[in-house]
Design a protein around this ligand. Structure first.
Ligand SMILES: [Mn+2]
Length: 498
C-alpha cells in the first residue's frame, strides 16, 4: 500500500489518547503496563536539562513519489517541534519523483515556511544512499539529521540527540522510532526495551535490550542505549565526523544493507552508536516500498550485503554465505576503496565488535561447528524447513547445500539456526525452534564427541531420529546408546557448497 491518505491529523484527534509528556501521544492500544513504564520514562525525560549552545543541524529528507501529506507532515513537525536556532535548514532531496505536485508546487509551498528549505533534485533515480550523500554534501549545519519522508517529530525530539553529539562528536544517535500505522495513522509509542541487531541473513532486526546494557545504565532508562546496529531511516551525526568515517558506501545501490554497513563501521572504527531514549520520532511503517529496484530487489540487496560482508565481517561472513545459497554468485563490484578506508581508519576486526559491542549477537563469537547435523543411522540432517519461531525443527535428507540445513553448535552449547535455538520444554519433546535467549536453560545441549550424542541437559534426554508417527521431525528420548542417537556435526566449508 502506498501512503497517500490526507486524514492523518484528524485520525489522531479522534482516538483516545494520553499525552505522555515527552511529546508522545500514546493511544489506548498500548497495554496498561507498557503505558505506565513509558509514562515514567517520559516524566523523567522531561526533567532533563540540556546545554544552551547545542550544535545546529541540517535535516536531510530524501523522497521518491512521497505523498504530499506525509512529506509536509515531516517538514512541519521539524519546524514546529524544534528550537528555531538549532535548525540550520531542511534539505529535501527528490530522488527523481514523477508526481507533478512534488515539482513546482512543492517549491513554492516551502518558500513560505519560516525555516530555509532547500529542494534539490537528483537527475536520475539514484536510490536512498546516493541521494542522502548529495543532501549531506550541500548541507551546512554542524550536525546532519537524516529523516525518512514520512515521519513526525515529537516535542523535545531534537535536544537530547544534539546533546549527545556535543558531548562526544563521534557519537551517532538515533531517536526511538514510534510507530505510525499505515492503515489508520494511529500513533503508538515505540519501545525503549529493544535495540538493533541482525540475523545470519544480514536482515536488520529488533531484539530485547540485554541485561548487561540495563546494568551498565544502572537501570536508568533515560540514559541512551548503546545499540549494535541502527534501523537506518532516522539518525543524527556530526557533519565532519560523517566525512571522516567515510559517509556511505557509494558502491551500494538503491537501499538495503547500508544501515548495517554504517553501524559496523561506526563501532569498528572508534565511534559509538546510541538510541537516545528521551527522543521520539514517529515513522509510518509501510507494508511495501514505493521504490523500484532496477534488476530486482533481491539482487540489489544481495550485492549491498556482499559488500558489507566482504569489507567488514572478516571470517564471520561465512554465516551469511552458508545460509544464503547462491549469494556468492552475485557480483559486488570493486571494494578496494572501502578496504582502504578500513585500513586508513585502523578499524578493529569484526571479532572485536562481536566480543565487545554485541556479545548477544545471533552470530556466535565462538563455536564448534557451522554446517549440517547428520544422524548416523538414517543419514538424515536437521533442517529448519524454513519454518518459523515456535515451530518444530525438521529432519530431511541431507543435501549439502547449506541454507535450511545449516546449524551452529556454539561455545555456549546452543544449537542454532540463524537467530533460533533448539529448545525442549517437555519430557519427550517436541524439539522446537525459539529465539535464542542466551540463558542456557532449555536451550543447553551437551555434545559428546566420542559417543556422538546430543544430550539435552535439562531433560537429561538425547536427540534421536524421527519416529514412525512423524517422519519429518527428530525426537527426543531417554539416552540408550543406539546409533539413532548418534550425530555428526560437520563443518561445511564454502567450496563444498558453491
Ligand atoms: Mn520509511
Amino acid at each position: 500500500m502506498h501512503v497517500d491518505i490526507y486524514r492523518w491529523g484528524q485520525q489522531q484527534q479522534e482516538s483516545s489518547q494520553q499525552d505522555l509528556g515527552c511529546g508522545v501521544l500514546a493511544l489506548a492500544l498500548l497495554p496498561p503496563c507498557c503505558l505506565c513504564a513509558q509514562l515514567l520514562l517520559c516524566e523523567t525525560c522531561k526533567t532533563k536539562v540540556y546545554p544552551d549552545n547545542l550544535p545546529t543541524t541540517s535535516v536531510v529528507i530524501v523522497f521518491h513519489n512521497e505523498a504530499w501529506s506525509t512529506l509536509l507532515r515531516t517538514v512541519h513537525s521539524v519546524i514546529n517541534r524544534s528550537p528555531r536556532h538549532m535548525i540550520e535548514e531542511i534539505v529535501l532531496v527528490d530522488d527523481a519523483s514523477e508526481r507533478d505536485f512534488l515539482k513546482r508546487p512543492l517549491e513554492s509551498y516551502v518558500k513560505k515556511l519560516k525555516v530555509p528549505v532547500n529542494v534539490i533534485r537528483m537527475e536520475q533515480r539514484s536510490g536512498l544512499i546516493r541521494a542522502r550523500l548529495k543532501g549531506a554534501a550541500v548541507s551546512k549545519g554542524q550536525v546532519i539529521t537524516f529523516l525518512d519522508a514520512h515521519c513526525e517529530c515529537t516535542v523535545g525530539w531534537l535536544e537530547p540527540l544534539l546533546a549527545r553529539i556535543k558531548h562526544d562528536r563521534r557519537t551517532v544517535v538515533c531517536p526511538i522510532i514510534d510507530v505510525i500505522s499505515d492503515d489508520t495513522f494511529e500513533y503508538m509509542a515505540g519501545s525503549d526495551m529493544t535495540y538493533g541487531g541482525f540475523n545470519w541473513k544480514l536482515n536488520f532486526r529488533w531484539y530485547p535490550v540485554p541485561q548487561r546494557e540495563m546494568d551498565r545504565r544502572k537501570g536508568d532508562r533515560t540514559l541512551p542505549v548503546r545499540t549494535p546496529t541502527m534501523a537506518g531511516g532516522l539518525f543524527s551525526i556530526d557533519r565532519d565526523y560523517f566525512q571522516e568515517i567515510g559517509t556511505y558506501d557509494a558502491g551500494m545501490d538503491i537501499w538495503g544493507g547500508e544501515n548495517l554497513e554504517i553501524s559496523f563501521r561506526i563501532w569498528q572504527c572508534g565511534g559509538t552508536l546510541e538510541i537516545v531514549t528521551c527522543s521520539h520520532v514517529g515513522h509510518v511503517f509501510r507494508k511495501a516500498t514505493p521504490y523500484t529496484f532496477p534488476g530486482g530487489t533481491g539482487q540489489i540487496i544481495n550485492k549491498n550485503n556482499r559488500r558489507l560482508a566482504e569489507v567488514w565481517m572478516d571470517e564471520f561472513k561465512n554465516f551469511f554465505y552458508i545460509i544464503s545459497p547462491g549469494v556468492t554468485k552475485v557480483d559486488y563490484g570493486d571494494i578496494s576503496s572501502r578496504l582502504g578506508l578500513r585500513q586508513k581508519l585502523q578499524c578493529k576486526p569484526f571479532s572485536w565488535y562481536l566480543e565487545n559491542i554485541y556479545p548477544d549477537s545471533q552470530i556466535p563469537r565462538h563455536y564448534f561447528s557451522l554446517g549440517e547435523i547428520r544422524n548416523v543411522e538414517t543419514n538424515q540432517c536437521l533442517d529448519n524447513m524454513a519454518r518459523k519461531e515456535n515451530e518444530k525443527v525438521g529432519i530431511f535428507n541431507c543435501h549439502g547445500m547449506g541454507g535450511n540445513q545449516v546449524f551452529s553448535y556454539t561455545a555456549n552449547k546452543e544449537i542454532r539456526t540463524d537467530d533460533l535455538c533448539l529448545d525442549v520444554s517437555k519430557l519427550n519433546g517436541p524439539v522446537t525452534m525459539l529465539k535464542c535467549h542466551h540463558l542456557k536453560g532449555n536451550q543447553l545441549w551437551e555434545y559428546d564427541p566420542v559417543k556422538l550424542t546430543l544430550q539435552h541437559v535439562n531433560s537429561n534426554q538425547c536427540l534421536d531420529k524421527a519416529t514412525e508417527e512423524d517422519s519429518q521431525v527428530p525426537s527426543i528420548r531417554d539416552c540408550n546408546g543406539s546409533r539413532s542417537q548418534q550425530w555428526l556435526l560437520r563443518n561445511v566449508t564454502l567450496p563444498e557448497i558453491f
